[in-house]
Design a protein around this ligand. Structure first.
Ligand code: ZN
Length: 291
């Protein structure tokens, strides 16, 4: 006869089996399975957030998009969540002088992200996790997360930044020498080689310079929008010549594990949603807040 513990274990096994049987991609789920997958994901959904921009002479325009989707897929297979379709509507004005860059207006970046998140919430995604794959999106995403507090929301945003490119402690994920990593450098191109080797061209790495030209001489702490262009006009930083699939495999696996750990923590988080609800209520009548 089954006791309660056995029943519980059976339920856990059934949920685990279900998690394995649902596709991780939003667009691959049927409508009926979507609602079941949401239960397995505990109402979490993630947007792997990329960009379309030049990646030096060696990487495809979609390097950041492809890499963040790949590491997010590795993560979602370990810790189930539903991955939103390809998303690349981020900040990339600094590469507008290069072929193939898609730079949407500032207003549209914010509007489409807000509408996307609102639609995800309307469909039951109450924890929306934005996994950032592009450095130029960092300020946008931090700002977007902060402005969620402008009015009550029935969902909460979590931004995961820097994790997908983390190499962890594995020496196989380390750069071949100092100074090779950077935008479109050895790390990013190695990551592409781990899953889309036909798109990487490390043999072209020397066709352009990825050196910092240091053309703008300003004190530390002073910045301007033209800083990046002043340093790297080829939209290439570092050196992709030493890129290898082996390094990319180690780095993307470490990145995937890092994202999976973040997904696990976010699923378990009850404090964030509770405090956000408390904040929205208190913000309706600030003069009642104890001084
Ligand atoms: Zn990149």
């Amino acid at each position: 006869m089954l006791n309660m513990r056995a029943l519980f274990l059976f339920a856990v096994m059934a949920i685990t089996a279900a998690a394995q049987s649902f596709p991780i991609h939003w667009e691959d789920l049927t409508a009926e399975d979507f609602t079941k997958a949401l239960a397995v994901s505990r109402n979490t959904c993630a947007i792997p957030f990329g960009i379309i921009e030049k990646h030096g002479p060696s990487g495809p325009l979609g390097t950041d998009l492809l890499n963040v989707r790949y590491t997010s897929e590795l993560a979602a297979k370990q810790e189930y969540t539903i991955l939103f379709p390809a998303y690349y509507f981020g900040q990339i004005f600094e590469a507008r002088h290069q072929p193939g860059t898609i730079a949407y207006s500032t207003k549209l970046q914010l509007d489409i992200l807000q509408e996307t998140v609102s639609e995800m919430s309307r469909n039951g995604c109450k924890k929306v996790i934005i996994i950032n794959g592009h450095g130029g999106n960092t300020a946008l995403l931090n700002y977007f997360a902060q402005i969620q507090l402008d009015s009550p929301k029935d969902y909460i945003i979590y931004v995961v930044s820097g994790v997908s490119s983390a190499s962890g402690q594995n020496p196989a994920a380390a750069p071949s020498k100092p100074g090779v990593d950077g935008h479109a450098g050895e790390g990013e191109v190695s990551n592409i080689m781990a899953h889309r080797p036909e798109l990487a061209h490390p043999e072209r790495a020397g066709d352009e310079s990825g050196k910092n030209l240091r053309r703008l001489d300003l004190p530390t702490g002073v910045t301007t929008g033209i800083s990046w262009y002043s340093m790297y006009p080829n939209h290439y930083a570092g050196d992709a010549a030493g890129s290898t699939a082996a390094r990319g495999k180690a780095a993307t696996e470490a990145g995937g594990a890092g994202i999976a750990a973040a997904l696990r923590a976010i699923k378990a988080d009850t404090v964030g949603p509770r405090l956000q609800a408390e904040f929205f209520e208190a913000a309706k009548h600030p003069n009642d807040t104890k001084q």
